[in-house]
Write a new protein. Structure first.
Length: 284
């Protein structure tokens, strides 16, 4: 069986479209943090929608083809590519011959790059998904040096393009939000859109922690029974620094949700690095 051998890795996870419909047993959807980039990488190599790919944080990945030629394509954060030491265009569809290696470097902007393999990554599924859920501890473990990743057969189309333009994430984004079910628990909901926030280093796939301002609760001692949670929900803990839920968020939460990021904008949220700034605006 053709496979990819991991020769070098920083932080990389196997991700697919997630495991919806499992909240009743306490399992969230998970899946790719930047869904549009993940889907683009899969389309470039002609994969079935939902095929498993690699989600790579800040580059630092090298893989080698074993026992056959592997076709790959990347999307998301524009990581520089080197094929057997030779630079290749970011966003190119590449053939990795047996024994050849592809290395991803540090992207100039953005946080997460997606590397899709024609046929998908054929690791065992858990509850119908190959995604690694960092909160629940489900799915394949984070990649480690020496891992062999089998290549599957989840193809749906021919490979029709050679490359796509690389994405850029240099500008401070303004993400759309709608009012949440507990916006009346905060003293001034407008603080959210009036503040320039920074991404805290403690942010991850569970949630993005924001610093640079404070959202005051009307009564910090008031208790809220746990309620259902969703990706993009903005919780306000008693300390006043909001947390935006990511793809591995808990299925319930006990802090008031004062706003929710519009679903189409959560992919951009997933590309924010620690220290980068973000603003919010009420959706029209």
């Amino acid at each position: 069986m053709t496979s990819l051998l991991v020769r070098r890795v920083g932080l990389a996870l196997v991700q697919d479209a997630g495991r919806p419909g499992q909240a009743a047993i306490g399992v969230g959807r998970s899946g790719a943090a930047d869904r549009s980039s993940y889907a683009l990488a899969n389309r470039l190599v002609g994969n079935t929608a939902g095929a498993a790919a690699l989600e790579v944080v800040l580059g630092d990945l090298e893989v080698e083809a074993v026992d056959g030629t592997v076709w790959l394509a990347g999307a998301g954060a524009p990581a520089p590519l080197r094929l057997d030491g030779r630079p290749e265009p970011t966003g190119a569809v590449l053939a990795l011959r047996p024994g050849s290696r592809l290395a991803l470097g540090l992207p100039a902007s953005g946080l997460r790059s997606y590397l899709a393999v024609r046929g998908g990554i054929d690791v065992p599924a858990v509850l119908g998904s190959r995604s690694h859920d960092t909160l629940a501890g489900l799915g394949p473990a984070p990649l480690a040096v020496g891992d062999a990743l089998p290549v599957g057969s989840e193809t749906a189309d021919e490979m029709r393009v050679d490359a796509v333009p690389a994405m850029g994430y240099g500008d401070r984004p303004v993400l759309r939000v709608v009012r949440g079910p507990r916006d009346d628990w905060v003293r001034d909901p407008a603080t959210l859109v009036a503040t320039t926030w920074s991404v805290a280093p403690a942010s991850d796939r569970v949630g993005i922690r924001l610093t640079g301002g404070r959202i005051d609760l009307l009564d910090p001692t008031r208790q809220l029974p746990s309620e259902g949670a969703t990706r993009g929900a903005i919780q306000v803990p008693s300390g006043g620094e909001p947390v935006v839920f990511g793809p591995d968020h808990p299925v319930t939460g006990g802090y008031p949700v004062m706003a929710v990021v519009v679903d189409d904008d959560t992919d951009r949220l997933a590309q924010l690095r620690p220290g980068e700034e973000v603003r919010f605006a009420w959706a029209q």
